[in-house]
Design a protein around this ligand. Structure first.
Ligand code: ZN
Length: 184
């Protein structure tokens, strides 16, 4: 589920729809959390879908462990940027890795995700990699890890509207989230 201070808007004819902040979202905020309403599609299910549905799904799913995940709300419209303002390491949650102002588009680096799309990137970032998808370069080594870990440290000190979704899931709490990652 996406942060409540976000909405989906038409970005432009190149990009299509995107997710935009409607208020300031500070660094360290949980911007997206995987929840029980998200759809998990097995490889078998995916392969057995008609081509029209497979093509539509490919635009919005990411793959992990042989399964596809489809976010049920407007999180599925989160676009790529080579200098993203959000990052996640394991498909469980995304954090704001810098302060996001009202009107800013919420972005992720698809190079960290096994996305089912390839496209020429026109994100406008200074170090735009130009092509995203199969055979595309991943984010430069460590480029997002350090800001991500900084954001993770701020997580317990930041107002978290999505926290109940994290805490309710088998008692998973901040300590468990933090313990998944080694300090740099
Ligand atoms: Zn780019």
């Amino acid at each position: 589920m996406m942060h409540p201070d976000t909405t989906v808007r038409w970005i432009d004819d190149d990009v299509g729809l995107g997710v935009v902040a409607t208020a300031t979202i500070p660094v360290g905020s949980l911007v997206w959390v995987r929840d029980t309403l998200d759809r998990v599609v097995s490889t078998h299910q995916f392969d057995s879908l008609p081509p029209l549905q497979r093509a539509a799904l490919r635009r919005h799913v990411w793959q992990e462990g042989g399964r596809w995940y489809l976010t049920w709300d407007h999180g599925r419209y989160t676009n790529h940027c080579c200098e993203p303002n959000c990052a996640g390491l394991d498909g469980e949650f995304d954090l704001a890795i810098r302060d996001i102002e009202a009107g800013d588009q919420i972005t992720n680096d698809y190079g960290w995700l096994a996305m089912e799309v390839s496209f020429a990137c026109r994100c406008g970032a200074r170090d735009c990699r130009g092509w995203i998808g199969e055979d595309s370069s991943s984010p430069p080594d460590g480029a997002l890890v350090s800001p991500y870990l900084d954001a993770l440290r701020r997580l317990p000190h930041t107002e978290q509207p999505l926290w109940p979704l994290v805490a309710d899931e088998d008692g998973v709490g901040f300590d468990m989230l933090r313990s998944r990652y080694s300090e740099p």
